[in-house]
Design a protein around this ligand. Sequence first.
Ligand SMILES: [Zn+2]
Ligand SMILES: [Zn+2]
Length: 258
Amino acid sequence: MKANYHTHTFRCFHAVGTERDYTGAAVSLGLTTLGFSDHAPFPDKDFGLRMKYEDLPAYLKAADEMKKEYEGRISIFKGLEIEYLPQYNDYYKALRSEYGLDYLLLGEHMYMSGGIIKNIFFAEKTSDYVCYAENVAEAAATGSFCCIAHPDIMMINDLPWDKNCDKASEIIISAAEKYDIPLEMNANGYRRGIHCYSDGERFPYPDERFWKLLCGSDIKVVIGSDCHVPEQVCDGAVSAAEKKCAELKLNLTEQIIG
Ligand SMILES: [Zn+2]
Ligand SMILES: [Zn+2]
């Protein structure tokens, strides 16, 4: 892997390392592109474990400094990992046009369900996955996001694979195809280790049952390190994702911006 667009920093309160630490690690690990995508703040809402809204200018300034300082050695992009919630459509536009962000990574953890905001980490039933997938598809249609991070993250819940899992996967995969948005195989799921689920021992994500559905298609797949520690920028978890993509003959890309 030469490009990683999924990078966190100390600013989200559950990662360590500054923008400088991650840039240095990326250069020493041989990357040619590094995108910062720390957990985005919302101006009027605090979902916790993410950057404070007032810290956004300092984050962007630090990324700009790295961009300048490392010019010619590594391409730096400044982005955010952010949820799609329809009430923030103007905010997504402003992040690009006013704050000057290079990209937004769709990291749908929170999603709208019947007018309330739910967290996909606490799904109660697999029909929640379908609702989640519909939100992801709606996000893809807005054109605000350049990539769908961890599209199979719902499988972190201990609910056995069923027809709703097929349906949710199909909704997300069709949206990726229709709007030509890459799907991210997220290495951080591998770092979480193998767990004993009621449908067998497996990683919470990436879930092979999801990725197998992409076999033979030309939908773009990107590997995201989702590093929360500088040394994780390109580690064994990233290698595991690379191996899985090769095994399933997925259409890997390393370019998701522009
Ligand atoms: Zn995180
Ligand atoms: Zn992330």
